[in-house]
Structures are given as structure tokens and as C-alpha cells.
Design a protein around this ligand. Structure first.
Ligand code: MLC
Ligand code: AMP
Length: 436
């Protein structure tokens, strides 16, 4: 029997469909609805109901502070979802593929997070492409414990399992022991999760019985790739994506898995490398350029931001802001971000500008610059350099950010400095801060 289990609460697929449809009937014709995207069955029911009714769902991080939550609700106009669904549901006809499904908020370099409009079409194309790449079928048991307010945990980790028709075990938190105990066939994790799994070798060895271990959302360090292979017998499949494009590039279950490389475009997706003037660069495995993506998994627009939407496209090509190389065989390696103002910490994207704005709203802070410092566990950790005009301690400033934004956006460390390094134009030279 196909079952969906979230943080210890299980339901059969049939009962889940009933609950979702009972809720969907009440949503038809509504505007966007917001849900507190806790790792619970209620979240799964709500997202399924929105999809079935053709109503956009805004998954709000449960720990989002008032500033972040307020922005998401105001910008999307979403109302809190009423009710939890129940049995004996009427089945609605499938909405059109172009119907909105999710509005997912993603941080940019500056300003408040942007709402990424994802249609049913994009989501279905993305999942079908990955099912093909990974040989993902209804016979799999998918295991992960990722948050349900981002593409990785929600689109792949929940909607993927539902579309493919496999069972799902969401472990609540992505701990090594929970992954080992779940005994699934297909596992998803961000690199921090895989690095923690490798650090608990007894848990890692339990994963030898799995079929496929998949890593994504941030670069998987080569030593973690090698250590996973040594401990589990599985070279992990790496895949690359973004909230805007969904997952577009992956190594294949039946193909080469090369440490440090993320593979080839999935079905329906094309990629290009361009230089600063927009000219195509060679696919020689060495030349670096900005990665551009086109295809069926693409978002519709940034909500209420037509200028930002058009600025991110060059015709049909979405400019990812990631620097990559492509080799002669079409294999991709992600080299880094083109902007220093985007930090990836534990797989979470954090815009430096959002954290700087929060710090600057504290009366003792005159100047602030946020950077991502290399971190063995998190890939990068959020570090803030501040100039203060009054005595204030580190924990007060960290708590101040936590009062308005999600936990993972808090600086892990505050460095007090007399001044920030600036160029002749007055712009902060963040690369110099990284050298200190
Ligand atoms: C965190 N903590 C802090 C802090 N930051 N405390 C003080 N100051 C700070 N700055 C607290 C946390 O609340 C937690 O408390 C404890 O410290 C440990 O935090 P942590 O080290 O961050 O560990 P953990 O909470 O276990 O988180 C690690 C993680 C998490 C890997 C589980 O980062 C995670 O779930 N990442 C997944 C992100 C993701 O899904 N990204 C996908 C984006 S979509 P307490 O009390 O709770 O223990 C995308 C597209 C694609 O990128 O390609 O997929
Ligand atoms: P998000 O906006 O949270 O969806 O994060 C998307 C970003 O995560 C991408 O632009 C990349 O910078 C990064 N990313 C995702 N997957 C990978 C990967 N496999 N390797 C390196 N970076 C990745």
C-alpha cells in the first residue's frame, strides 16, 4: 500500500487524496492561500488541495519572523487557508496545466524576497524529467527530512512522490539516524545533510541497502561525495536547480556520476553558457560563463515584479546568476554564484541585503555588510561585519535579526569593525572582508 508519512504521522494515499479533495472543493475560485508550512500532513493536504483546485499556495516558513511573513502575505494577497479537509470528497476535474500552483519566496541580492509563480505545468514537467533521470517509480520509497517551504523538500520531496505514486517517509528533521532508520530506496538531502550522514558512519552504512542517494541545493564537496561512496557503496546523484527553474540538470541513475559535476539537462530543458556581453561560450570543460536555462520547467514570473522578471530573461533564456562550465559531453559543473550577495547556508539561500536591512534597523548599527564565509558543515555561514555607534553585543544583534527573519538567516557571527572597506565609489568591497 502506498503511504505518506510525515514526522511520524502516516496516511494511505487514498485517504490523503480524500482529505485533499474535501478541502479543494472549498477552495475553488479563491485567491492565493497561505499555509504555515510545518513538516506535517496538514501541509501536504493543503498543497494538494490548492493544486486540485487550481489555487496558488504560499508555503510560509513556520519560523519566518513578522517582517518576512508580513511581506509574503501582503505581496501575494494570500489569505490563511481555512479548514483541514476530511473524508468522502467529491473529485474535481484536473485544472488547466497553466493554473498557478505555488508561490515560493526566494531571496535576491537586495530587497525583500520575490514571489516565484510556479504553474502545474512547470512542476509536472520538472518531476517527470527527474523520474526519467533517476528511474524513479511507484516502487520506490522516498525518504527525506527537508523543510516543506522550498522546492527541494516540497516540490521534489512531496509533489514528486505524489506524482510518481511512491511512498514517502518524511523524517521530520534530516538527521543521520532518522535516515538510517527509514529504510527507503531513494534519499534526498542537501550537502550539509550528507556531510552529517558521513560523520556518523554507522548510520551511513545502513544506506547501503538504498537504490539512489541524491544531493542538491548547494555544491556537494568532493570529499563528501567520496566518503558517501566509501561508506554506502553508492556514488551520489547530484542535481542542480533553482526555485525559478526547478531542477534542471542532473546526473542519471543509469549514467556517469562524477564528483563535483551535476550532470546533463533533464528532458525538456536546455542550457547555454554566456559571457558578460551575452555571447555563447564553448563547451570545453574549462571556459566559465553564466549558466542560462530554457525549457518546460520554467516559472511564470516574479509576482508583482514585471521589471525583475524581464531583467532575469534574455528572450527565452533565464539567467541563473550561477557560473558554470560545460564539457564536450554536455556535463555541467557549477563553479559558484556570480554575486557575492547571495549566501547558501545549509542549502538555504540568504540574500545579504535582507540581513543587512534588518541589522541596520537596530539603532546601534551604522553600517552593515553580510557575507558567506566558507564553513565545513554548512558550505557557507552567514557572517555580518558591522560598524556600531553605541555599545551592543553580538547576541543582541543576532536576536534582533531573528526577531524579523527566519532562523537560518540569522548571522552565526558578528564581527565589529571600525569601518567597512569601500572603493572610490563608496561601494563596500565584500571580497576584502572575506580575506580578513
Ligand atoms: C541556526 N541556529 C542558530 C543560528 N542558526 N542559533 C543561533 N544563531 C544562529 N545564527 C540554531 C537552529 O535554530 C538550531 O536550533 C540549531 O542552531 C542548529 O542549527 P543548524 O546548524 O542550522 O542545524 P539544523 O537546524 O540541523 O540545520 C541544518 C539543516 C538545515 C541542513 C538541517 O540547514 C536544512 O534543513 N537545510 C535545508 C535547506 C533546503 O531545503 N534548501 C532547499 C532550497 S530549494 P534547534 O533549537 O532547532 O536545534 C533549492 C533549489 C534546489 O535550493 O536546487 O534544491
Ligand atoms: P534557491 O534559490 O534556494 O532555489 O537556490 C538555487 C541556487 O542553489 C542555485 O542558483 C545554485 O547557486 C545553488 N545550487 C542548487 N543546486 C546546486 C548544486 N547541485 N551545486 C551547486 N549549487 C547548487
Amino acid at each position: 500500500m502506498t503511504t505518506i508519512s510525515i514526522a511520524g504521522e502516516s496516511i494511505s494515499r487514498d485517504d490523503l487524496d480524500d482529505r485533499a479533495h474535501a478541502l479543494a472543493v472549498r477552495l475553488v475560485g479563491c485567491g492565493p492561500v497561505a499555509i504555515d508550512a510545518t513538516p506535517t500532513l496538514d501541509t501536504v493536504v493543503a498543497v494538494m488541495a490548492g493544486m486540485a483546485a487550481g489555487v496558488a499556495v504560499v508555503p510560509v516558513p513556520p519560523d519566518a519572523g513578522p517582517t518576512e511573513r508580513g511581506h509574503m502575505l501582503r505581496d501575494s494577497g494570500a489569505l490563511p487557508l481555512p479548514g483541514r479537509g476530511g473524508p468522502n470528497a467529491v473529485r474535481l476535474p484536473e485544472p488547466d496545466e497553466s493554473a498557478p500552483a505555488l508561490i515560493m519566496y526566494t531571496s535576491g541580492t537586495t530587497g525583500a524576497p520575490k514571489g516565484v509563480m510556479l504553474s502545474r505545468r512547470a512542476i509536472n514537467a520538472g518531476i517527470d524529467g527527474l523520474a526519467d533521470a533517476w528511474g524513479w517509480t511507484a516502487d520506490d520509497v522516498l525518504v527525506h527530512g527537508l523543510p516543506l517551504f522550498h522546492v527541494h523538500g516540497l516540490v521534489l520531496g512531496v509533489l514528486g512522490a505524489l506524482r510518481v505514486g511512491c511512498s514517502l517517509v518524511h523524517t521530520g528533521k534530516p538527521t543521520p539516524s532518522a535516515y538510517a532508520a527509514a529504510r527507503g530506496s531513494l534519499y534526498f538531502g542537501v550537502p550539509t545533510v550528507w556531510s552529517r550522514v558521513c560523520a556518523e558512519s554507522s548510520a551511513a552504512r545502513e544506506l547501503a541497502a538504498a537504490r539512489l542517494l541524491v544531493s542538491g541545493s548547494a555544491p556537494l564537496p568532493v570529499p563528501v561525495f567520496e566518503s558517501l561512496r566509501a561508506l554506502t557503496g553508492h556514488a551520489p546523484v547530484e542535481r542542480y536547480g533553482m526555485t525559478e527553474t526547478l531542477i534542471t540538470i542532473s546526473t542519471r541513475a543509469d549514467g556517469e556520476r562524477r564528483a563535483g559535476w551535476v550532470g546533463v539537462p533533464i528532458n525538456g530543458v536546455r542550457s547555454r553558457l554566456i559571457d558578460d556581453s551575452g555571447t555563447d561560450l564553448p563547451h570545453d570543460g574549462e571556459t566559465m560563463g553564466e549558466l542560462c536555462i530554457a525549457g518546460s520547467t520554467m516559472f511564470d514570473c516574479y509576482l508583482n515584479q514585471p521589471a525583475a522578471t524581464s531583467a532575469s530573461f534574455d528572450g527565452e533564456w533565464f539567467r541563473t546568476g550561477d557560473t558554470a562550465v560545460i564539457d564536450e559531453g554536455g556535463f555541467h559543473r557549477i563553479v559558484g554564484r556570480t554575486s557575492i550577495d547571495i549566501v547558501k547556508t545549509g542549502g538555504y539561500k540568504v540574500g545579504a541585503g535582507e540581513v543587512e536591512t534588518s541589522l541596520l534597523s537596530h539603532p546601534a548599527v551604522s553600517e552593515a555588510a553580510v557575507v558567506g564565509v566558507a564553513d565545513d558543515d554548512l558550505g557557507q555561514r552567514v557572517v555580518a561585519f558591522v560598524v556600531v555607534n553605541a555599545s551592543v553585543d553580538e547576541s543582541t544583534l543576532i536576536a534582533h535579526v531573528a526577531d524579523s527573519l527566519s532562523v537560518h538567516k540569522r548571522p552565526r557571527e558578528i564581527r565589529f569593525v571600525d569601518e567597512l572597506p569601500r572603493n572610490a565609489m563608496g561601494k563596500v568591497q565584500k571580497s576584502l572582508l572575506l580575506e580578513t
